[in-house]
Design a protein around this ligand. Structure first.
Ligand code: THU
Length: 140
């Protein structure tokens, strides 16, 4: 994957994290989803006093994109860490977010970037994170 695009996605994810609403966990996450048309859709986690109603950053980005008519994606960058901490984590997507990404992305081709900064990140495919997955084709 083009390194300029990776750096751009990481920057957008870190910026999106600024909007995180995480008063309960204090764990702030931002995501930047690269669409096949080259557009970038961002998202953050949005928590709720009824904890189960919380939405993760990755799903916020996917749902925003789909609701705006985009359903084909090539990569996502994720930036997460405790509010006020000196450094970000490598914030791997939770199981539910992996499955939501699976709905719209080709597992062997879709790239997941977990980043601590624009120079400190890890890259893997969705297939590595969610092997032997269940997807839309199973219902055809
Ligand atoms: N969170 C995400 O935004 N993405 C993930 O993949 C893992 C968890 C959020 C949800 C919640 O607001 C906080 O991190 C702590 O679980």
């Amino acid at each position: 994957m083009n390194e300029d695009i990776i750096i751009q996605l990481i920057g957008e994810a870190i910026q999106a994290r600024e909007n995180s609403y995480a008063p309960y966990s204090g764990y702030c996450v931002g995501a930047a989803l690269l669409c096949s048309d080259g557009g970038i859709i961002t998202g953050c986690n949005v928590e709720n006093a009824s904890y189960g109603a919380t939405n993760c950053a990755e799903r916020t980005a996917v749902f925003k994109a789909v609701s705006e008519g985009r359903k084909s994606f090539t990569a996502i960058a994720i930036a997460g860490g405790k509010e006020g901490a000196a450094e970000l984590d490598y914030a791997y997507p939770c199981g539910v977010c992996r499955q939501v990404l699976r709905e719209f992305c080709e597992p062997s081709a879709f790239i997941v970037i977990v980043c601590r900064s624009s120079t400190d990140y890890k890259i893997m495919t969705l297939e590595e994170l969610l092997p032997c997955s269940f997807g839309p084709d199973n219902l055809k």
